[in-house]
Design a protein around this ligand. Structure first.
Ligand SMILES: C[S@@+](CC[C@H](N)C(=O)[O-])C[C@H]1O[C@@H](n2cnc3c(N)ncnc32)[C@H](O)[C@@H]1O
Length: 184
């Protein structure tokens, strides 16, 4: 399975941290960044200036929380490319995947990973579990997490995370980044 991140706009530090995490989760050789020519992404996967819509690839599925059907292991046997929005979470969610990806590619199939919004790295990891044969219903999630910044100060992330060994899946680099950002 190839995982495609259709990026939009500038590459911020938060993107870089999430994209590095995705690369570690699925392997650099299985990751493609589209709609960007950022050299900063080269260490993490293939970088393609064209949008995924212009690549002429088939067996593609867009992962969109607004899709009517949930991704299944059978789907993953048919699809070769799973496409995710390189869109940072917004709260409350504004259906930006639908607006930026799904509506622009009406002929491409779409699937959800439940209705709750996950960070892109967690959405990719949930899809990878499903591609590996796991049913969506059998994946454990944690909704809304709190990251301790310093004594008496924490930041709430109002998104859904995959539970791994009893903890939400979040990169250590992102936790450090959040701590530093708050400390400034
Ligand atoms: C942080 S989410 C952005 C979601 C955006 N705010 C929206 O409402 O569509 C980044 C990407 O992860 C994927 N994603 C996150 N949660 C998902 C879900 N529940 N179902 C399917 N895809 C999801 C989508 O590809 C999405 O573009």
């Amino acid at each position: 399975m190839k995982y495609v991140i259709e990026h939009f706009g500038k590459v911020f530090k938060w993107h870089l941290i999430e994209y590095e995490h995705i690369s570690n989760l699925v392997g650099k050789e299985n990751l493609i960044f589209t709609n960007t020519s950022s050299k900063q992404l080269v260490p993490f996967g293939k970088v393609e200036k064209k949008s995924v819509a212009e690549l002429g690839i088939s067996d593609v599925c867009i992962l969109d929380p607004a899709a009517g059907q949930t991704l299944s292991p059978e789907d993953c046997r048919r699809f070769k490319y799973l496409v995710f929005g390189g869109i940072l979470g917004d709260y409350p969610p504004r259906e930006r995947t639908k607006e930026l990806l799904s509506c622009r590619m009406p002929k491409i199939e779409k699937r959800n990973l439940g209705k709750e919004q996950m960070p892109t790295d967690n959405a990719v990891y949930a899809a990878k579990l499903i591609a590996g044969g796991k049913l969506f219903e059998d994946i454990k999630f944690i909704d809304t997490i709190e990251i301790g910044i310093e004594k008496g100060l924490s930041v709430e992330l109002p998104f859904r995370y995959v539970e791994v060994n009893g903890k939400p899946l979040i990169s250590e680099k992102l936790v450090e980044f959040l701590k530093k950002r708050r400390a400034i």
